[in-house]
Design a protein. Structure first.
Length: 202
């Protein structure tokens, strides 16, 4: 049996190594974790209803979807609401895209504000890449806001330290692969929700 995880872009390829401890936990329950990445959030949202239906109707145990809050192509009822409220609304919106008979095995999740917040939660790999031991502290990386989303924070650091732009796939994937799951879990509540749901699958 498999658990499917659908993600919006190439950066998420770095999740395979980050989620290895969860893969091992699932394996003890005879479950595999299969990660599928799409070419952006637009394609993911377009394909999500049929992909979820096809997976769950052919034997998958559960389907997860993971999207970034920042840049989500939706009209929030209150765009000025706190990030957590918008993330809650977006999760419910994703659920409504799924045929009703499959919603009890569909788990939508939202990275606040972007996956790059997880990199800020465990900056050890970032320090190594930037060749510095001196970086700001981000005790609450999900509080980095929409005005300066985490990827822009990283871009500023790359420009200042290495004189290059932060490239989401070229730089983001290796940085995600170096993350410690426990450190990200401690620092990012949206990641906690995501991991807790994965651990509940039986």
């Amino acid at each position: 049996m498999t658990v499917k995880l659908y993600c919006e872009g190439g950066t998420e390829k770095g999740l395979r190594r980050l989620l290895q401890p969860i893969r091992e936990e699932l394996r003890t329950r005879n479950l595999g974790l299969h990660i599928r990445t799409y070419e952006g959030v637009g394609q993911l949202l377009h394909k999500l209803p049929s992909a979820t239906r096809d997976s769950l109707s052919t034997g998958a145990r559960a389907v997860f979807a993971l999207v970034d809050l920042h840049g989500a192509p939706v009209s929030f009822p209150n765009p000025r609401a706190p990030a957590r409220q918008r993330a809650d609304w977006l999760r419910e919106h994703l659920r409504t895209l799924i045929p009703e008979q499959y919603r009890n095995r569909f788990y939508p999740h939202v990275a606040v504000h972007e996956l790059e917040a997880w990199i800020l939660a465990d900056p050890s790999g970032l320090r190594e890449r930037l060749k510095t031991s001196s970086l700001p502290s981000w005790p609450h990386p999900e509080c980095v806001n929409d005005t300066t989303p985490p990827s822009d924070v990283l871009n500023g650091l790359f420009r200042a330290r290495l004189k290059i732009r932060y490239a989401k796939i070229k730089e983001g994937v290796p940085l995600l692969e170096k993350l410690n799951l426990d450190a990200v879990y401690k620092g990012c509540p949206s990641f906690q929700l995501f991991i807790d749901d994965l651990r509940r699958i039986r």
